[in-house]
Design a protein around this ligand. Structure first.
Ligand code: TRP
Length: 329
C-alpha cells in the first residue's frame, strides 16, 4: 500500500474544477492507499495573515472536503497547525535549505513581485514547509498541479540531501501522483484556460442554482458555428468540456449534433448545461451547509485526524532527531 498526501491552502471556496480535477480522484485514492489530506493553514499565513478569516476559511475547506466524500474513516484528514511536529521538522530541515535555491523558486519570485512589501521569511521557506508536510509522513506520492512541481522537486532534493548528509537511507523520494487518463481539467467560463479562483471564472460548489444559471448565461460564446461541422472555437469547446463531465452522454451527443448541423442555440445549450451542473452540485452544497454548522462533528473529525497524523509525524520526528544527534539525558 502506498502513502499518498495532498495539502490545500484555505484561501477560498472549492469550485467544480477542484471537484472534477482533484477530489473525484481523491475518493478513489482513499479506497486503495494510505491517504493524508490536510489543510495547510500555516502555508496560508505567508500571503493571507488575516486572523478574522483564518478559522472561517479552514472550516469552509474542511466542510467542502467532507461534503465531497473524503472519508475520515478511510483517510487521515487533518489541519496542519494541529500537528506541532511539523513545525519542529520544518525548523530542522531549514538548516539544510540554502538561501540561493529558495530565492530562485518560481513561486517565491512571483509572490515577491506581486507583493513587494511582504517578502517575509515564511514566504521564502514555503517550499521547506511543504517538503516537511510530505516527508513527515514519508509519502510515496503527491498529486500536484503544474504550479507545484518545482516544490515537489525541491522536496526530493531535501530528502536526498538529508540522506546524504547523515549517511542514511531515511527519506523516500516522493513522486508526483499521475492521474493519467483520469485527469479532467475543467476550463473557466471566460474562454480562457483553467477554472481558477484567481481568474474569477469559477462555479463554486456552494453557488446557489440562481447564481450558477447566471454565471453560465454570461459565459463567453461566439456568434455561432461558421457552417456544417465547423471546428469549435476555444470558448465553445470549453463549455462542451464542462458538459462532458456533468451531463449524460446522450445530452452531449445531442448538442454536438446540433453544433455540427449548425443548428445550435446557445441559450438552450447553456440552460441545459446550467441545469446539469446544478444537479451535480446541489447534493454537495446541501451537505456543505449541514457539515459547516455541525461543530460537534467537525471537532470530532479534526481531533481524530490530528491524533492519527501526529502518530505518524512523531515517529518520523523521533527518528530524525536521533539521526541528527539529539539525545535525551
Ligand atoms: N503548496 C500547495 C498549494 O499551494 C499546498 C500544499 C502545502 C501542499 N503543503 C503541501 C500540497 C504538501 C501537497 C503536499 O496548493
Amino acid at each position: 500500500m502506498k502513502t499518498v498526501l495532498s495539502g490545500i491552502r484555505p484561501t477560498g471556496n472549492l469550485h467544480i474544477g477542484n471537484y472534477f480535477g482533484a477530489l473525484i480522484n481523491f475518493l478513489k485514492m482513499q479506497e486503495e492507499n494510505k491517504c493524508y489530506f490536510f489543510i495547510a493553514d500555516w502555508h496560508s499565513l505567508t500571503t493571507h495573515p488575516d486572523p478574522s478569516l483564518l478559522h472561517v476559511n479552514v472550516r469552509n475547506v474542511l466542510s467542502e472536503y467532507l461534503a465531497c466524500g473524503l472519508d475520515p474513516e478511510k483517510a487521515t484528514l487533518y489541519i496542519q497547525s494541529d500537528v506541532p511536529e511539523i513545525a519542529e521538522l520544518y525548523l530542522l530541515l531549514n538548516m539544510h535549505a540554502y538561501l540561493g535555491e529558495l530565492e530562485k523558486t518560481v513561486s517565491f519570485k512571483e509572490k515577491a513581485r506581486q507583493n513587494p512589501n511582504n517578502v517575509n521569511a515564511g514566504l521564502l521557506t514555503y517550499p521547506v514547509l511543504m517538503a516537511t508536510d510530505i516527508l513527515i509522513h514519508n509519502a510515496d506520492y503527491v498529486p500536484v498541479g503544474k504550479d507545484q512541481e518545482q516544490h515537489l522537486e525541491m522536496t526530493r532534493n531535501y530528502a536526498q540531501r538529508f540522506n546524504h548528509k547523515y549517511g542514511v537511507e531515511y527519506f523516500k523520494q516522493p513522486a508526483a501522483y499521475n492521474f493519467g487518463q483520469e485527469l479532467i481539467k475543467i476550463p473557466g467560463l471566460d474562454g480562457s484556460g483553467k477554472m481558477g479562483k484567481s481568474e474569477g471564472n469559477c462555479i463554486y460548489l456552494i453557488d446557489e442554482p440562481k447564481v450558477i444559471e447566471k454565471k453560465v448565461k454570461k459565459a463567453l460564446t461566439d456568434s455561432g458555428p461558421a457552417g456544417l461541422n465547423a471546428p469549435k472555437p476555444d470558448c465553445i469547446e470549453n463549455l462542451f468540456t464542462i458538459m462532458q463531465t456533468v451531463s449524460s452522454p446522450e445530452t452531449l451527443q445531442h448538442y454536438n449534433d446540433l453544433w455540427n448541423r449548425a443548428e445550435i442555440r446557445y441559450g438552450d445549450f447553456k440552460k441545459q448545461l446550467a441545469e446539469d451542473i446544478i444537479n451535480v452540485t446541489t447534493p454537495i452544497r446541501e451537505r456543505i451547509y449541514d457539515i459547516k454548522n455541525d461543530d460537534a462533528y467537525l471537532r470530532k473529525v479534526t481531533r481524530e485526524g490530528a491524533e492519527k497524523a501526529r502518530e505518524s509525524a512523531s515517529k518520523t520526528l523521533k527518528e530524525v532527531r536521533e539521526i541528527m544527534g539529539f539525545k535525551t539525558f
